[in-house]
Design a binder for this molecule. Structure first.
Ligand code: ASP
Length: 303
């Protein structure tokens, strides 16, 4: 396939609703992606390098910073990768994996595109993926905060009665309410100088959630999409994002010629303001980010 030569570009996000104080983590991740592009020009390797950096950062809800489930012990993570060379891989509800995005990349080499739950965790062990680090005080503090909020009357998940988590409780240990929705998935989109596109995403899921909950992050067309005209990653409350097939919808507008910034804003405008949503995208000639709430991000172009 002959493609026009153009500058590589990277956009990285640290989650809709996350503090911009952590934006330095996105800047570092974007630099990692650019450095990787210099090594082999591969958009997918660059996107994975960025997301791996954010998974290792510990301040984002992915990899080592993933939110604890409501039982205060379990961590369930989702991740995905896709590029315009035909690689597609995702994992859902995987446990004890240091870098879920690298596991998603490994799934792309199997006969399948998505592995979930125990099978995904066993796949990680079978191919020797490093295990996650022990949970940190930061993760435990975030869990305590959610449980306190859940015990109150203000919905932690917008529009959802807090009591529903008690009613449908499916963890092994009983609910222990103590004595906002935590959502800050990470993602990266990359345009290679050869005109190929890639996307990679990773999350510890949204909190509060029932055991086994899967959001948009590992669902093609919802949390992520890459095609010949660009790549898009979404962040926010997955239960809302999937209803709009958000990443594919926004990609479609870009592919139809809508300016990238307008396509991103139109995607965000699909949601009520109280539903935190963010988008990043690269196209042939542009790159950008848009969110209806705080969202740390970084955009860099290859020189
Ligand atoms: N989209 C993620 C999910 O619903 C959360 C996030 O983006 O912050 O699992």
């Amino acid at each position: 396939m002959s493609k026009p030569q153009q500058a590589g570009a990277v956009v990285v996000h640290g989650g809709a609703g996350a503090s911009r104080e952590n934006e330095d983590g996105c800047v570092l991740a974007a630099r990692r992606a650019l450095a990787q592009l210099e090594v082999n020009g591969e958009a997918l390797d660059a996107a994975i390098a960025a997301v791996s950096a954010l998974e290792d950062d510990g301040r984002f809800n992915a990899g080592s910073g993933s939110v604890l489930c409501l039982d205060g012990a379990t961590v369930e993570m989702d991740a995905s990768i896709m590029d315009t060379r035909g690689r597609l891989g995702a994992i859902a509800c995987v446990q004890s994996v240091k870098n879920p995005v690298q596991l998603a990349r490994a799934v792309a080499d199997t006969p399948h595109w998505l592995l979930a739950g125990d099978g995904a965790t066993r796949f990680a062990r079978a191919i020797g993926m490093p295990e996650s680090l022990p949970t940190s005080e930061r993760q435990r503090a975030a869990h305590r905060k959610i449980m306190t909020q859940l015990a109150g009357s203000v919905p932690v998940m917008p529009g959802v009665n807090n009591a529903l988590f008690e009613r449908f409780w499916n963890y092994n240990t009983p609910l222990q309410l103590p004595d906002g929705v935590a959502c800050d998935t990470v993602g990266a989109v990359v345009r290679g100088a050869d005109g190929h596109f890639a996307v990679a995403c990773s999350t510890g899921g949204s909190a509060p959630s029932l055991l086994g909950r899967v959001g948009d992050t590992p669902i093609i067309g919802s949390g992520f999409y890459a095609g010949p005209e660009g790549a898009v990653a979404a962040t926010g409350i997955g239960e809302h994002i999937v209803r709009h097939l958000l990443a594919r919808t926004v990609y479609g507008w870009i592919a139809d010629g809508m300016p990238l910034d307008r396509a991103l804003q139109r995607g965000i405008d699909l949601f009520a303001p109280e539903i935190e949503v963010g988008l990043i995208a690269v196209s042939r000639h542009d790159a950008g980010a848009c969110s209806n709430s705080d969202m740390p991000y970084s955009k860099m172009v290859q020189r």
